[in-house]
Design a protein around this ligand. Structure first.
Ligand code: FAD
Ligand code: A2P
Length: 272
């Protein structure tokens, strides 16, 4: 890593919640992923999020919510992050390198967990942008394939390059020694780009309403008896997808009251 960049990140070793960065990969000028050591005591359910961050210039921790992108069985933790040019955290976090430390508060929470859904035959993972992070965890979670016969991952971004993290992850599952066999051909991947040429185009909402995704994948249309869904994207996306799911008869659930679908914001604000 660039020494001038990493040197600007103060060490947090003296904090009880420090974890060490083990890997960093930059996908575009706006997106990167990284892995950190996992606190031995940390238990979480695939799909949950935690607070992570760095020491701020004022000596106080600067923390933000992040979905854990790795599954519950992984010995490390993976995160998939936006780079907001003037974002208080990510303007710094984007410069982390292997060996640097971040702060991780070991209190996982969230609604995107299998337990919050009623049993069903098929589960839909619906995400835009970094909203794929919780599904990067759930696509690698054995329970997903034990509880559902079919899994459909729809991910939409403006450009093709922004889909690459999800694409490589899905491709790696086939040969994964731990869950490759379990995944088999149960996982159907439907990435779309909205502002560039690509073999699949358009918004998730439009492809669900028109039935194009059912046709392209050769699968049955959505129905409330068999289908379950999890949604993670911008506020506008979540709102519009919820209307589509309600149109098909699915109802929003929660940890305390499992139903046909659950929703979580991928971030707060209008997006960059
Ligand atoms: P902030 O001041 O936090 O954000 C500045 C502005 O940037 C926001 O108002 C918004 O307009 C935009 N923005 C922030 N995050 C995003 C994003 N992810 N995609 C597009 N625009 C964005 N971020 C991730 O990168 N990966 C995650 O896995 C992730 N999980 C989250 C889970 C939850 C439950 C919530 C509430 C947020 C999550 N976020 C995630 C967003 C994250 O908490 C921060 O907002 C983000 O890291 C930017 O921090 P910042 O301090 O640089 O800028
Ligand atoms: P589009 O290019 O048609 O706006 P953003 O970067 O604005 O958060 O968008 C990320 C992806 O989500 C884009 O492909 C965008 O499509 C799509 N998107 C944004 N808002 C919505 C919405 N309300 N419903 C469905 N898709 C959306």
């Amino acid at each position: 890593p660039d020494v001038t960049q990493t040197a600007t990140i103060p060490p947090v070793k003296h904090l009880p919640d420090a974890q060490t960065v083990t890997d960093v990969k930059h996908w575009t000028d706006r997106l990167f992923s990284f892995r950190v050591t996992r606190p031995q005591s940390l238990r979480f359910r695939s799909g949950e999020f935690v607070m992570i961050g760095l020491m701020g210039d004022n000596g106080k921790p600067l923390l933000r919510a992040y979905s854990i992108a790795s599954p519950a069985w992984d010995e490390e933790l993976e995160f998939y992050s936006i780079k907001v040019p003037d974002g208080p955290l990510t303007s710094k976090l984007q410069h982390i390198g292997v060996g640097d430390e971040i702060i991780l508060r070991p209190k996982p929470v969230g609604t995107l967990v299998i337990d919050a859904l009623l049993p069903g035959k098929r589960v839909w993972f619906l995400a835009t942008g970094t909203g794929i992070a919780p599904f990067a965890s759930l696509m690698r979670e054995p329970e997903t394939y034990e509880k559902f016969e079919e899994v459909v991952m729809m991910h939409t971004c403006r450009t093709v390059a922004e889909l690459e993290y999800g694409k490589e992850l899905v491709e790696s599952l086939k040969d994964d020694p731990l869950i490759g066999e379990l995944v088999g051909d149960k996982l159907k991947y439907y990435p779309t780009a909205t502002r560039e040429e690509f073999h699949h185009r358009g918004r998730i909402t439009d492809n669900l309403m028109s039935g194009k995704v059912f046709e392209d994948l050769g699968i049955a249309p959505m129905d409330a008896e068999h289908d379950r869904a999890m949604v993670c994207g911008s506020l506008a996306f979540n709102k519009d997808v919820m209307a589509v799911l309600e149109h098909y008869g699915l109802r929003e659930g929660a940890n305390s009251e499992p139903r046909e679908y659950v929703v979580e914001k991928a971030f707060v604000g209008d997006g960059i």
